[in-house]
Write a protein that binds this ligand. Structure first.
Ligand SMILES: NC(=O)c1ccc[n+]([C@@H]2O[C@H](COP(=O)([O-])OP(=O)(O)OC[C@H]3O[C@@H](n4cnc5c(N)ncnc54)[C@H](OP(=O)(O)O)[C@@H]3O)[C@@H](O)[C@H]2O)c1
Length: 303
């Protein structure tokens, strides 16, 4: 435990930011947030559109976990929304980097939080590892540019850069899991598309433990897939959640063309998927608390 070290988390109101900040504080760290709204004395303001940043946030800073980014599933991907998704990640990283260079002498760790969307989607039985090339769809493009910007930090006074490619983060309080659970609970759950698309996933507790592990483990650097070992398809997950909730899936599969019509290009995040390996993380001695979906769901649904 490194008490007294200071961690800056960007996107302070976010689902992961809230959860990981509690873990870090309980582990002895001081946590600060960069946020668009000042909610408490721990929150420092920034505005990526005007380039404003409250530089007091950098005093004696040790680590940054960069979580800020416009929600990819909130709205249809209009040209404007795509720009917002991209800018909130790329411009924010540039803003942070320029401010760090100007206002600090040292930063121990920069943790970039990318996504397995980096690889694009695949309907084939390909298993993506950290060595796999980036894909060519919109999200793959966003992740690639985001990670390239994060690399800037490795040019700054030996800052250690770790780039985590998150799978879908399962949390009982929000995010994708709440969206999957709701229709099933109401008796209107359905498999999406042909249901064969893989959903790389990770339990929120494992993700937060991984962020702490990343900060504390000086030997860790480079890219890591942040996904659980067990791979599962949309169909398997839908039926498993229904079984745990004692519900029946009686509706037919939701046809892809209908979802495409309703959600446009955004539908790709539910209709397409990929299989992703966490072998590198396991070799780095990270221990999952919830390696299997069965235990993860039991825990998420018990609350
Ligand atoms: N959750 C997942 O399943 C998942 C999977 C893969 C990758 N990720 C990545 O992990 C990061 C955190 O995920 P999360 O689920 O915690 O996301 P979240 O709940 O949507 O939080 C992201 C935070 O980013 C800030 N933000 C939103 N729009 C912004 C904008 N236009 N400009 C600047 N800041 C903005 C907000 O914080 P303030 O209001 O405090 O400014 C927001 O609360 C995201 O970048 C996401 O892409 C998440």
């Amino acid at each position: 435990m490194n008490s007294n070290e200071i961690v800056l988390i960007t996107g302070g109101t976010g689902m992961i930011a809230q959860r990981v900040s509690r873990l870090l504080e309980n582990s002895g760290y001081e946590v600060r947030f960069l946020s668009r709204n000042k909610k408490s004395e721990k929150h420092f303001l920034w505005d990526i559109n005007t380039g404003f940043i409250d530089t007091n946030v950098f005093n004696h800073l040790d680590h940054i976990v960069h979580l800020a980014g416009a929600d990819i599933s909130e709205k249809r991907w209009s040209k404007q929304r795509k720009k917002e998704i991209l800018d909130s990640r790329i411009k924010s990283t540039q803003l942070l980097f320029n401010a760090i260079k100007k206002h600090t002498n040292q930063l121990k760790t920069f943790v970039a939080t990318s996504a397995v969307g980096y690889y694009g989607t695949s309907t084939k039985d390909v298993l993506f590892t950290e060595e796999s090339p980036n894909g060519h769809d919109f999200l793959a493009h966003v992740c690639k540019l985001w990670e390239d910007e994060a690399d800037l930090f490795s040019t700054f006074n030996n800052t250690r850069v770790v780039k985590l490619r998150f799978g879908v983060v399962l949390d009982s309080n929000g995010g994708a899991f709440a969206k999957m659970k709701k229709p099933i609970t109401m008796g209107f759950g359905a498999v999406l598309g042909n249901g064969q698309q893989y959903i790389p996933w990770i339990h929120i507790e494992d993700l937060c433990n991984l962020l702490l592990f990343t900060i504390e483990n000086d030997e860790l650097s480079g890219v890591f897939n942040a996904v659980a070992p067990q791979q599962i398809t949309n169909e398997q997950l839908t039926y498993l959640i229904a079984e745990k909730l004692h519900k029946t899936i009686w509706l037919p599969k939701a046809p892809s063309f209908v979802l495409k019509f309703i959600f446009g290009e955004l539908s790709s995040i539910i209709l397409k998927g990929n299989r992703v390996s966490c072998q590198k993380l396991i070799l780095s001695k990270f221990a999952f608390k919830y390696p299997a979906i069965d235990q993860a769901l039991d825990h998420l649904l018990e609350k």
